[in-house]
Design a protein around this ligand. Sequence first.
Ligand SMILES: NC(=O)c1ccc[n+]([C@@H]2O[C@H](COP(=O)([O-])OP(=O)(O)OC[C@H]3O[C@@H](n4cnc5c(N)ncnc54)[C@H](OP(=O)(O)O)[C@@H]3O)[C@@H](O)[C@H]2O)c1
Length: 276
Amino acid sequence: MDLGISGKWALVCGASKGLGAGCAQALVREGVNVLINARGSEVLALAATDLRAFGADATRAGGSKWSQPTVLAVAADITTAEGRAAVFSAAGGPGHDFDIVVTNAGGPPTGDFRTWERETWIKAVDANMLTPIELIRATVDGMAARGFGRIVNITSSAVKAPIDILGLSNGARSGLTGFVAGVARSPLARHGVTINNLLPGRFDTDRLATTLMATAEKMGTTLDAVRKAQVASIPAGRFGRAQEFGAICAFLCSVHAGYMTGQNMLADGGVYPGTF
Ligand SMILES: NC(=O)c1ccc[n+]([C@@H]2O[C@H](COP(=O)([O-])OP(=O)(O)OC[C@H]3O[C@@H](n4cnc5c(N)ncnc54)[C@H](OP(=O)(O)O)[C@@H]3O)[C@@H](O)[C@H]2O)c1
């Protein structure tokens, strides 16, 4: 299926590895120009090099249906105003020209809420609620003026079913989810701008390795035992892959998903037990 977005410009945050990298790759496969972002410049530069090679291969395989996508990389902390300004100025303007924005940053630390001071909460709310809102604020009016826009926020299955050691994620991401539910249904929707959340269950990334380790420590067991128990609890019988997460993201960014907005799409291999 041609997703109809070749030549568009996407900002993909937190994209040097993991789910963000999966989203960037899936967009490049569709001929989308991407600006990828993460804090660590070395890993980001490597990711950009891989992505350019991937884009060249995908363009050849696609029979030159579209020209080879451009890949830019900006190393910056997206949770800061300076980081966002760096990303937007690298794109050649105040950020009004992105057609697609995938918001993402690292997840908050695991732990017991009794040990979290206000500062810890502010950091989590900044990264997982206010930063996506700032990115939405900077881009949606330009998208609406051009009649097309896609925002995909990478959140978490914790929004639908809280995870005990991830209270900061449960809380901060719920704030974003409530905000998105409102703004997605604002007049932006009439101007071709969709805003959706994509909720990962357990995907095999560095972040998952960190949370599995925290669970093992809390339960006084081994990492291997936790890994096996968690896989056994997933109806699909395995952890997810960043590439398949990226494919869902690319579909949400496509012209075909123009009638889906304000939704929370769960990709969890069937873990969430609800009918709806
Ligand atoms: N994997 C899962 O199973 C799972 C499940 C539920 C929710 N999630 C959530 O999904 C998101 C992505 O997870 P992941 O598994 O892909 O994590 P990951 O493998 O740790 O990758 C995170 C990416 O974000 C970048 N990043 C982190 N903080 C950043 C910041 N302040 N500014 C810019 N870039 C930043 C990292 O690079 P740098 O460190 O170099 O900046 C890296 O590229 C996280 O919020 C996570 O909590 C993941």
